[in-house]
Design a protein around this ligand. Structure first.
Ligand SMILES: Nc1ncnc2c1ncn2[C@@H]1O[C@H](COP(=O)(O)OP(=O)(O)O)[C@@H](O)[C@H]1O
Ligand SMILES: [Mg+2]
Length: 357
């Protein structure tokens, strides 16, 4: 079974070719290209069809050109006036999803590798989403978990929630969700030091959400370094469609690197707009191409106009807000009859998810 990787951002095309089944090739689709190197290394495709309207097209085509074993086909070439890849097949016209399907079928016919019954199409959604803030207690953990919960009810694939709130004793998530505290990141740290980067025995599951909580002591957490985080995200991307990180309000190198590895970031804001300059200063830590959104939490009566005011200062769209809910009215998430110790914010999460996905 050969592999053909399609890289492009036109949703009509990616949705259409996601349905195709070929005899001799598996088709993988990459619609968000910031982590293209990971995916090219991972799939080692025989062919790549690259749409020239991809954001970092030149960089990607140069990278592929160095790999002799990959045959490159470029579509939408009319949008470019420079020739990036000498020996690629170039199609200098806008290319419809029907035409891409035709190309896929032709490749499949002319390049027949041993037949294989295992025909499937892997859709590389590869969302890595980080929640962060510039002050404590604003609702990061509540909103990060509510997002995972919302997605888990909507069949979007496998979800991993990584809790980076390193502390002495169990983290907020392990306390509030009452998950198995012994399945935590310390197993991953030990496995990695032994040379086996297995993540599954560091993970606990709640309602189809896989959760990795931090080690139970700061001494163990000290063993977690940037290389381990990179390896963790790299291997998690093979197994999960969405990875959500809950980042503490304490910017160690691991938190900053996590933000750097994310395809999207969500800053959780409080209505205290006097802190907005801190948000502005923080932006230098985020990669330029990342999708960035903000969400307001604990908004009270009288906090009018803050959404607009925030947007004009921080330059990031505020894609929703949650009102402050007094203690007596607070509802918790429920899993059947058992109560999960985090507020139920499902009603407002849809808007955030629509914005991000
Ligand atoms: N909209 C809200 N209204 C009232 N209380 C909230 C709201 N959102 C979160 N909280 C509460 O605020 C506290 C801090 O929330 P948490 O999610 O732990 O924040 P962080 O992770 O940013 O520290 C928790 O007790 C949580 O239940
Ligand atoms: Mg928290």
């Amino acid at each position: 079974m050969g592999i053909i990787l399609y890289i492009g951002k036109n949703k009509e095309i990616t949705d259409n070719i996601a349905e195709i089944t070929l005899k001799n090739h598996e088709v993988a689709i990459l619609n968000c290209n910031s982590h293209y190197k990971h995916y090219i290394e991972e799939y080692m495709p025989d062919y790549i069809i690259l749409s020239a309207d991809t954001d970092n097209y030149s960089e990607i085509s140069r990278y592929i050109a160095e790999k002799n074993s990959i045959k490159l086909i470029i579509t939408e070439k009319d949008k470019l006036d420079i020739d990036q890849s000498g020996n690629a097949l170039q199609i200098s016209e806008p290319t419809s999803s029907g035409q891409i399907k035709e190309i896929l079928n032709i490749i499949d016919k002319i390049d027949q590798i041993e037949p294989d019954n295992n025909r499937k199409c892997k859709y590389a959604k590869q969302e890595v989403l980080s929640f962060y803030s510039i002050q404590g207690g604003v609702g990061k953990t509540s909103i990060a978990f509510n997002t995972a919960w919302y997605l888990s009810k909507r069949n979007i694939g496998r979800i991993l929630l990584i809790d980076l709130n390193f502390c002495e004793g169990p983290s907020d998530i392990s306390i509030r969700l009452k998950v198995d505290r012994l399945a935590n990141m310390s197993s991953y740290i030990k496995n990695t030091l032994k040379g086996a980067g297995n993540i599954q025995d560091s993970i606990t599951n709640l309602n189809n959400i896989d959760i990795m909580v931090p080690p139970l002591s700061l001494h163990q957490s000290d063993g977690f370094n940037l290389d381990m985080l990179n390896d963790l995200i790299y291997s998690a991307r093979n197994d999960y469609d969405v990875i959500i990180a809950d980042i503490p309000f304490r910017y160690d190198n691991v938190s900053l690197e996590m933000l750097n590895l994310s395809t999207s970031s969500v800053i959780v804001l409080s209505p205290d707009i006097s802190l907005a300059p801190r948000v502005v200063d923080f932006q230098k830590f985020l990669p330029e191409k990342q999708k960035k959104v903000a969400i307001l939490n604990k908004v009270e009566e009288g906090d009018i106009q803050i959404k607009k005011d925030y947007e004009s200062i921080i330059g990031i769209p505020v894609c929703g807000q949650f009102d402050f809910v007094p203690k007596n009215n607070r509802k918790s998430l429920k899993d059947g009859k058992s109560v999960i110790g985090l507020p139920d914010m499902q009603a407002g999460i849809g808007q955030l998810v629509d914005y991000l996905f």
